[in-house]
Write a protein that binds this ligand. Structure first.
Ligand code: C2E
Ligand code: CA
Ligand code: CA
Ligand code: CA
Length: 279
């Protein structure tokens, strides 16, 4: 055991160093990514289930680094969060997304709503509400055109300011949704306590829903509970027609996923939007 322990130690050290060097490199590249204009927003349609009409889009951030290539948000968002860079990156996302939906809505009868992911660090920023207000004002949007996706984890990480921030956003008519619903904690009391409009069921439940009895029961229960609290439900990660049919039968309100399209660049999104409207 001693021998194995030693060789494991010897193997482990260089890897540790590599990991932290990789992290440091990514951090320094991430610091410059905003000014180097390496970010782009993609948009994924959100569809109303009863008439299959487009009602909005979720903005999803993409980073194309000349050095690292395309980096997944699952890798760089946590780093941006730890370093605080998410504050300036998040402000950029908010401004870009508001301007995009404002452009789209100029040519539409039924206005679209833009959903944006908010990370805990952004939410805790004392200027957060101000930043939202400025982005709305600058793009001429009403609060109801914006939906902020907030994770369960953030809400339950007890902080007195949560009450005030959510109440201020609610007073601005900004829509509030619980993202990754079901993946966090089991306590549900917060849903009643705060002014949420929407629950977003995580894709991990949607994937197994049509094959595993447990997951289908869970999805059904989430939808019923949400509706009894006057909340609407979005299912994310809908890939198969059977999943859509199941959700529709269970009265889920909205769906989003590869079944319709993956997230798209703005020009492709517009093309997609025009294509589905002509159909
Ligand atoms: P999320 O908020 O849960 O976003 C949904 C993820 O599922 C997205 O991954 C989306 O591309 C992917 N997706 C959509 N439809 C399907 C489907 O049918 N099947 C499968 N397998 N996946 C689907 P993405 O774009 O890689 O983003 C990953 C996460 O990064 C997001 O998870 C969100 O937590 C975070 N993120 C992305 N953009 C931002 C941002 O602007 N700000 C912050 N704070 N977080 C962001
Ligand atoms: Ca989301
Ligand atoms: Ca509200
Ligand atoms: Ca999710």
């Amino acid at each position: 055991a001693k021998h194995r322990g030693k060789s494991a130690y010897q193997r482990f050290q260089p890897e540790m160093k590599e990991v932290s060097q990789e992290r440091l490199q990514m951090e320094s590249l991430l610091r410059r990514a905003l000014e180097m204009q390496e970010f782009e927003l993609h948009f994924q349609p959100i569809i109303r289930m009863d008439d299959r009409q487009l009602v909005g889009a979720e903005a999803l951030l993409r980073w194309e680094s000349p050095t690292l290539g395309e980096v997944s948000p699952d890798r760089f968002i946590p780093l941006a969060e730890e370093t605080g860079l998410i504050i300036s990156i998040g402000r950029w996302v908010l401004q870009q997304a508001c301007q995009a939906v404002s452009r789209w809505n100029q040519e539409r009868e039924e206005p679209l709503c833009m959903a944006i992911n908010v990370s805990p660090r952004q939410f805790r920023d004392p200027h957060f509400v101000e930043t939202i207000r400025a982005a709305l004002d600058e793009s001429g949007l009403g609060g109801e055109s914006l939906e902020l996706e907030i994770t369960e984890r953030l809400i339950l990480d007890n902080n007195i300011d949560t009450d005030r921030v959510l109440a201020e956003l609610d007073a601005m008519n900004v829509r509030l949704s619980v993202d990754d619903f079901g993946t966090g904690y089991s306590a549900l009391g917060y849903i009643k306590k705060y002014p949420f409009d929407t629950l977003k069921i995580d894709k991990s439940f949607i994937h197994d829903m049509t094959t595993k009895a447990d997951d289908s029961a869970l999805v059904r229960a989430i939808i019923q509970m949400a509706h009894s609290l006057s909340l609407q439900v979005i299912a994310e990660g809908v890939e198969a027609p059977e999943e859509f049919e199941f959700l529709k039968k269970e009265n889920c309100d909205y769906a989003q996923g590869f079944l319709f399209t993956p997230p798209l660049r703005e020009d492709s999104f517009i093309t997609w939007l025009n294509g589905t409207m002509d159909r």
